[in-house]
Design a protein around this ligand. Structure first.
Ligand SMILES: NC(=O)c1ccc[n+]([C@@H]2O[C@H](COP(=O)([O-])OP(=O)(O)OC[C@H]3O[C@@H](n4cnc5c(N)ncnc54)[C@H](OP(=O)(O)O)[C@@H]3O)[C@@H](O)[C@H]2O)c1
Length: 257
């Protein structure tokens, strides 16, 4: 019996936002390990370059690019540059997100509201549309994966506007999935639970907040970023060829309680 090729990404071009650390870095490394050429993006190209260099040292293929996803022009330029070089994009991972405000929802100021919406909703939407058009032009279909959050289902305490944007990402996943299915473009979402990254450090590095959070996680621990990457590989690969519009919880059981 031979090993399955369902998870092979040989020759695929994969664009990952927020790939310089945390969950995005883990995703970039696994996709490259499975054979994809990864374009690793974030605001700071030098941080992405460090990730790409480690990927290349392990025999993979990766290129760093700067792209602030709150800027629609930067998004279109990035997509145009990748398509001009490689002729196509097969896989898009919308992962970079902003969460600038932690506090009571009634006190959310307009600038935190706008920043969160510009990155988490507008950024994911415009990136999906730009890459989706490139996939449509090429005619080979593709896979788009949105990193949402369990907070898109159950709002996080004092993370109101962030949770609202993650609910929008879940809705966006289904809307794009429905309209793009006929083009062979699959669109799915990963809903991570609490994961040990810089993003979550305000929660995981505060003992009393962490202990409170762990009471609501049946597995009684936070995730390692690498534990998010396997589901993304599944959604990016032919292993999920009949899956679109799905939102997969990877949360230690958080949403079951
Ligand atoms: N960690 C958790 O507990 C958790 C739980 C649920 C969902 N999530 C989701 O998982 C995703 C990744 O989070 P993480 O925990 O891995 O965070 P992280 O370790 O802080 O990494 C965030 C990444 O996004 C990039 N980034 C931030 N703002 C950006 C922007 N405007 N444009 C482009 N890149 C930007 C950062 O690089 P630069 O600074 O160089 O731009 C970095 O590469 C997010 O969508 C988050 O909502 C995380």
């Amino acid at each position: 019996m031979s090993k399955t090729e369902l998870f092979d990404l040989d020759g695929k071009i994969a664009l990952v936002s927020g790939a310089s650390r945390g969950i995005g870095e883990a995703i970039a490394r696994l996709l490259a390990q499975q054979g994809a050429h990864v374009i690793a993006t974030s605001r700071k190209v030098e941080s992405c370059e460090a990730v790409c260099s480690a990927i290349r040292d392990s025999g993979g293929s990766a290129k760093a690019m700067s792209c602030h996803i709150g800027n629609p022009e930067a998004i279109q330029n990035t997509v145009d540059t990748v398509v001009a070089k490689h002729g196509r994009i097969d896989i898009l991972i919308n992962n970079a997100a902003a969460n600038p405000y932690f506090g009571h929802i009634l006190d959310t100021d307009l600038s935190a509201f706008k920043k969160t919406v510009d990155v988490n909703i507008q950024g994911y939407f415009m990136m999906s549309a730009a890459v989706g058009r490139a996939m449509r032009d090429k005619g080979n279909g593709g896979s788009i994966i949105n990193v949402a959050s369990v907070n898109g289902v159950v709002p996080g305490d004092f993370q109101g506007i962030y949770s609202v944007t993650k609910a929008a990402v879940i809705s966006m996943t289904k809307a794009f999935a429905k309209e793009c299915a006929g083009l062979g473009i699959r669109v799915n979402a990963l809903l991570p639970g609490l994961t040990e990254t810089k993003f979550a450090s305000a929660l995981t590095k505060n003992e009393s907040i962490l202990n409170h959070a762990l009471q609501h996680i049946p597995m009684r621990r936070v995730a390692d970023p690498n534990e998010m990457a396997g589901t993304v590989l599944y959604l990016a690969s032919d292993a999920s060829s009949y899956t679109t519009g799905s939102c997969i919880n990877v949360d230690g059981g958080y949403l079951t309680v």
